[in-house]
Design a protein around this ligand. Structure first.
Ligand code: UDX
Length: 433
């Protein structure tokens, strides 16, 4: 099939590359000429395992094209996906101006029947607004609007797209649904067919449920710390119940990233707007905030004064396997340490370049390796769950530190091993050893 993706950011580019990989002919559109030039040269603006190879191969095979022209893009595809940013507004609701603009642009250049698919994460009832907008600007044109939310995780986006748990297609027309089924025919995954509003809601409800699981275990971790229980064992014990499952029960310093904080705020906002406030999610947000504060308090309790202390921080990204530092709890943590006068040296396998662009960068040092980061440190904090942090030579880490204290914000290490090596070790939701 011929497909068009408007917006070549994280979701658009990965989706386009994966569609091309399964044999479709894809044109990715972006209004940023610099980005399109880069992509045409084979340069990928984000770090995502497997993506570069996918883009290069499919460009060479002639199945993946890039353009800055919406007109060319809309002309090209039978199905036009909208994958533009939906940033948050100060009150948590979603700024839908880019979606609205693209809807108008499509309407202005559309010459034949198109299926217009919303891939961006949007609040329920956005599809209705997109339909109204296109009708207003192209009253004589035939088209259908579809909601097809993405569920890809950063760091395994290609895998999530190629082998999804499910494909959700929300459409109110058989004609559009038939075309969408054809788009996804090469993918081996269950397809859930719904109306547009339900599909939109599935995305917000799924992400907030995952965030709820994280906040749940984080709230349990506070009780574990207060009572001497071990949250890792508790998570294992409750996760063995198939109805609950072990996934997303990793206690830590909280969830971050470009999706969860934004999507939960958006779900709260739309529920308020619809007159059915989702107060449970407000608690999820609060627990997530409190979790970092509790962690910092534990550090303060152990080190007494943070001012003038040399603190090594492993991790800048919001999770492992990505270079993304947006809404990263690791960055919030470093900001708080710096505000108390600590001298922070940070190391991250992929996130350093992005972090160097933050205003905070001038106030911290960046190390080239996990080991260099701990040189002369009075404490080490693990802020992101990179597997390489587990594989360090901790005897050497201890030799390099002034005082061997580790605060493990992602419960990556084994307390007993750390104790045997002579560290003072404090994780999340487990006793200090
Ligand atoms: C998420 C959803 O998983 C994905 O389906 C959706 O499409 C986009 O949002 P992503 O933001 O890439 O994906 O990251 P995810 O792997 O879900 O992790 C989000 C945050 O939760 C990270 O900060 C991570 O460290 C934290 N997390 C995750 C925990 O603290 N504990 C866990 O058990 C799992």
């Amino acid at each position: 099939m011929k497909l068009t993706i408007i917006g070549s950011g994280y979701v658009g580019l990965t989706t386009g590359a994966c569609f091309a990989e399964v044999g479709h002919h894809v044109m990715c559109v972006d209004n940023n000429p610099a980005k399109i030039e880069k992509l045409l040269r084979g340069e990928i603006p984000i770090y995502e395992p497997g993506l570069e190879e996918l883009v290069t191969n499919n460009v060479s095979a002639g199945r993946l094209k890039f353009t800055t022209s919406t007109e060319e893009g809309v002309e090209y595809g039978d199905v036009v996906f909208i994958a533009v940013p939906t940033p948050p507004q100060p009150d948590g609701s979603v700024d839908l101006r880019f979606i609205e603009k693209v809807a108008r642009e499509i309407a202005a250049v559309m010459k034949s029947y198109k299926v217009i698919v919303d891939k961006s994460t949007v609040p329920v009832k956005t599809g209705e607004k997109v339909t109204e907008t296109i009708k207003r600007y192209a009253p004589t044109m035939e088209f259908d609007v579809v909601s097809n939310p993405e569920f890809l995780r950063e760091g395994c986006a290609v895998e999530d797209l190629m082998k999804p748990d499910r494909i959700v297609i929300g459409a109110n027309s058989d004609r559009a649904m038939a075309l969408m089924q054809k788009v996804y025919a090469p993918f081996v995954a269950p397809v859930l067919v719904t109306d547009i509003n339900s599909a939109e809601l599935i995305k917000h409800a799924a992400n907030s449920f995952l965030a709820l699981k994280i906040s749940y275990i984080n709230a349990v971790s506070a009780i574990c710390e207060a009572s001497g229980a071990d949250v890792e064992k508790v998570a294992e014990g409750i996760g063995m119940d198939k109805r609950i499952g072990r996934h997303f029960l990793n206690a830590g310093i909280g969830y971050g990233g470009s999706c969860f904080p934004k999507d939960i705020a958006a779900f709260v906002a739309i529920s308020d707007q619809l007159g059915v406030p989702f107060t449970l999610l407000k608690e999820v947000q609060k627990i997530n905030k409190d979790q970092l504060q509790r962690f910092i308090k534990n550090i303060r309790d152990a080190l007494w004064v943070l001012g003038d202390k040399k603190i090594a921080v492993w991790g800048l990204t919001f999770k492992n396997n990505t270079d993304d530092i947006r809404s990263s709890v690791a960055i919030d943590l470093i900001e708080a340490l710096v505000a108390e006068g600590a001298h922070v040296t940070a190391y991250d396998p992929k996130g350093t370049e992005n972090a160097k662009g933050l205003p905070l960068a001038g106030q911290i040092k960046f190390a080239d390796s996990a080991m260099d980061c701990v040189d002369g440190a009075e404490a080490l904090i693990i802020a992101t769950e990179w597997p390489e942090f587990k594989q360090q030579d901790f005897a050497e880490v201890k030799r390099r530190m002034v005082a061997p204290i580790v605060f493990d914000g992602r419960n990556l290490l084994h307390p007993e091993t750390m104790k045997e090596l002579g560290f003072t070790y404090r994780g999340i939701g487990r006793a200090q050893v």
